[in-house]
Design a binder for this molecule. Structure first.
Ligand code: SF4
Length: 225
C-alpha cells in the first residue's frame, strides 16, 4: 500500500487536547471537500498543487516518524480518510508509535487510531459514525453566527466531547469573531472551549526544513478568494 504524501515534518501539535506535544505530521495529498478558507490548499487546489507528489509506503513513513521519536504521529491532509489508512496505522503501531487522525469526518475512517480530531466542514458534513468515533471536535468560527449554525447542524451528535471553538485563521484578529467565542464559552461552559492554532503563532512547523509553507485560500484577495 502506497500513499500520496504532500509533506512530512516534525513539530508540535498546535491545537486541541494535545496542544504543545511533540508530533510527527504526515500530510496526505487530496481533498474533495474544497473549503473556501482552506489552509492546506497545496493538497488539492489547482493553483497550489506541486508538480509531483511522492508515493510512500506505510513502512517508510513509520521509519521516518520513528527517527524523530515523537509523542505521536498525526495523519492529516488534505482529507486523509479518502485513503484506506489501515496499512499506515498498522505500520506505525508495529513501531510502537501512537497515531492521531485529523479529519472532516465526511468519509469513513479506515484504520486504528489512538485519537481522532474531527473538524466538520459545511461543504461535506460529517458522517454520524465519524462523530461517534471522534475524541474531540473542532469547530471553525468564521463569523458571529458560526457557532449557533454548527450546533443546529450537528445537534446532539457532539455528545459530551470537548468542542473547540477556533477562529478561522484569516479572522484571528476579527474582534467580532473572537467576542462570539468568548461570550459563548462564558455562557455555556463545558464541553465548549476557546481554541486557536498556536503552532501558527510560533511558526513552529516551518522550523523543520521538510515542512512546506502554508498555502491558505482564505483571505487572499489578490487571487480573488
Ligand atoms: S480545510 Fe481540510 S477539509 Fe477543507 S479543503 Fe482544506 S484540507 Fe480539505
Amino acid at each position: 500500500m502506497e500513499y500520496p504524501v504532500y509533506e512530512t515534518f516534525h513539530s508540535w501539535q498546535g491545537e486541541g487536547e494535545h496542544l504543545g506535544k511533540s508530533a510527527f505530521f504526515v500530510r496526505l495529498f487530496g481533498c474533495p471537500v474544497h473549503c473556501p478558507w482552506c489552509d492546506s490548499a497545496g493538497t488539492w487546489h489547482p493553483d497550489y498543487v506541486p508538480e509531483t507528489i511522492e508515493k510512500r509506503t506505510a513502512a517508510s513513513l513509520a521509519e521516518e516518524a520513528l527517527e524523530v521519536n515523537p509523542e505521536f504521529v498525526v495523519v492529516t491532509g488534505g482529507e486523509p480518510c479518502i485513503h484506506d489508512l489501515s496499512a499506515l496505522t498498522r505500520a506505525l503501531g508495529e513501531k510502537g508509535l501512537r497515531c492521531h487522525l485529523e479529519t472532516s469526518g465526511a468519509f469513513a475512517i479506515r484504520g486504528d487510531f489512538d485519537w481522532i480530531v474531527l473538524s466538520p466542514k459545511w461543504q461535506a458534513l460529517p458522517k454520524p459514525e465519524g462523530l461517534r468515533q471522534a475524541n474531540e471536535i473542532k469547530l471553525i468560527v468564521e463569523d458571529e453566527t458560526s457557532i449557533e449554525r454548527w450546533l443546529e447542524a450537528l445537534g446532539e451528535s457532539i455528545g459530551g466531547k470537548t468542542v473547540w471553538l477556533n477562529p478561522e485563521w484569516s479572522k484571528r484578529s476579527d474582534s467580532r469573531v473572537l467576542k462570539s467565542i468568548t461570550e459563548f464559552v462564558k455562557a455555556r461552559g463545558a464541553p465548549f472551549r476557546a481554541g486557536l492554532q498556536a503552532h501558527k503563532f510560533y511558526q513552529a512547523d516551518l522550523l523543520d526544513a521538510k515542512s512546506l509553507p502554508a498555502s491558505p485560500l482564505g483571505g487572499n484577495p489578490s487571487l480573488g478568494y
